[in-house]
Design a protein around this ligand. Structure first.
Ligand code: SAM
Length: 247
């Protein structure tokens, strides 16, 4: 019986493709790709020409039976997205869920992932973090989401596009205030930069150097300061004290 390999591809630097990923892309019977034209550039770079099939958010559900039939026939399939790890703010979740439900083998082939690369070099706490993918595109929805996250103590991680980076920084400043923010831009590419400061300071930085507003971003925000003994702990301590006094 065939296997679905979920294969991570580079997020910029082609050398980040693992030898295992390169080998599997050459061996599988079919490569299911978010954008076959985009992926064909990578395949050409590897000097291979496997059959490809598009799999994106609009046809993913319809592709499940097709790919399942291939696996049932003993063929192997690789799932890739345009960049990084499939399913991480990319298509593939429906396919993987359905194939697992049908008892098929799904094997991860790990590699680049922008959120992990960004966190690994940002200098913000990584013991607990909250990945939120893309924030809502509209201002009201975006600020609402940030308000809902305002008390979270974990490092917050978002994906952002160059079109909205300024609006997002402005909303971060308005809703979360003067917390430490780290912007990881163009990871693994020639113009990779890490900028850090308050959201307001970063906004000013992007205004004076518009080149810094181009490209792809991972936005990381320090979590909320833990509250020194919230109401809950006061009530608990109170109850404990009463119980001890009673004894
Ligand atoms: N599946 C991908 C991964 O594993 O990271 C993410 C796909 S998502 C559609 C694209 C977003 O990821 C971009 O808008 C950006 O926020 C982030 N991203 C991808 N490549 C990046 C890079 N080289 N530098 C910074 N951010 C990147």
């Amino acid at each position: 019986e065939g296997v679905l390999y979920v294969v991570a591809t580079p997020i910029g630097n082609l050398d980040d493709l693992s030898p295992r990923a390169a080998r599997l892309l050459g061996e599988v019977d079919l490569v299911a790709a978010e954008d076959t034209r985009h992926t064909s550039r990578l395949l050409r770079h590897l000097g291979i020409a496997p059959s490809t099939l598009s799999l994106h958010e609009h046809n993913e559900a319809a592709r499940v039976d097709q790919i399942d039939a291939r696996l049932a026939a003993g063929q192997s399939v690789a799932l890739v997205s345009d960049a990084g790890t499939p399913l991480i703010s990319d298509p593939g979740f429906v396919l993987v869920r359905e194939l697992r439900a049908r008892g098929r083998r799904v094997v991860p082939v790990p590699g680049a992932c922008a959120l992990v690369a960004a966190l690994s070099a940002a200098g913000l706490p990584t013991d607990r973090f909250l990945f939120q993918g893309f924030l809502p595109a509209k201002g009201g929805g975006r600020r609402g989401r940030l308000e809902a996250l305002a008390e979270r103590e974990e490092t917050l991680v978002f994906y952002e596009s160059p079109h909205r980076i300024r609006d997002t920084l402005a909303d971060l400043a308005a809703v979360l205030g003067a917390r430490r923010v780290v912007l990881a831009r163009e990871l693994t590419k020639t113009f990779e930069t890490f900028l850090e400061g308050s959201a307001e300071a970063l906004l000013a930085r992007l205004a004076e150097d518009p080149d810094q507003a181009r490209g792809e971003f991972v936005v990381m925000v320090a979590g909320a300061q833990p509250k020194a003994g919230g109401d809950a702990s006061i009530i608990e301590a109170d109850a404990l004290l009463k119980a001890m006094l009673a004894e």
